[in-house]
Ligand binder design. Structure first.
Ligand code: 5GP
Ligand code: ZN
Length: 139
């Protein structure tokens, strides 16, 4: 896609701090890191989101993320990595090219806001009803 910032990064038209590349996947450091080592893993084929990306590219991103997560752990000595991926402007996706965030944290670093939410029990009847609705819609 001509006007996609991540497609431009893949093509080298915009500079990036690359950490990994294979036939289907490109990975680079986020320039607004939530924590040191915050890495983005993207498919080389442009796809906006989980609904749009091919299964093959999705698997390639996941496979690469395992290798990259291992590299981050070894290089930075982190204690955990949050894997996060946003789909759609309604959940604050800002760059409309599928990307998996790998956000590491060492135990002595500040807590990651994305991993902290309070647990409030839901309405079990409503949860059951939605589960049935979703289950019936899965092809
Ligand atoms: P989103 O909210 O879409 O999941 O996250 C987009 C991410 O892309 C943000 O964390 C943002 O910092 C990152 N980002 C946006 N533009 C650039 C860029 O030009 N280079 C790099 N390396 N990261 C970018
Ligand atoms: Zn793109």
């Amino acid at each position: 896609m001509d006007d996609c910032i991540f497609c431009k990064i893949i093509k080298g038209e915009i500079p990036s701090f690359k950490v990994y590349e294979d036939e289907k996947v490109f990975a680079f450091e986020d320039i607004n890191p939530i924590s040191p080592g915050h890495t983005l893993v993207i498919p080389k084929n442009h796809a906006e989101n989980i609904w749009d990306i091919s299964e093959e590219d999705l698997l390639a991103v996941q496979r690469a993320s395992k290798k990259i997560a291992q590299g981050i752990k070894e290089a930075l000595g982190v204690d955990g990595i949050a894997c996060m991926q946003l789909n759609g402007r309604a959940v604050n996706q800002e760059v409309m090219h599928y990307h998996l965030h790998l956000v590491p944290r060492r135990a002595d670093q500040p807590a990651l806001p994305i991993t902290r939410w309070s647990l409030k029990p839901g309405n079990m009847d409503e949860i059951k009803e939605r589960a049935e609705k979703i289950s019936a819609a899965i092809k």
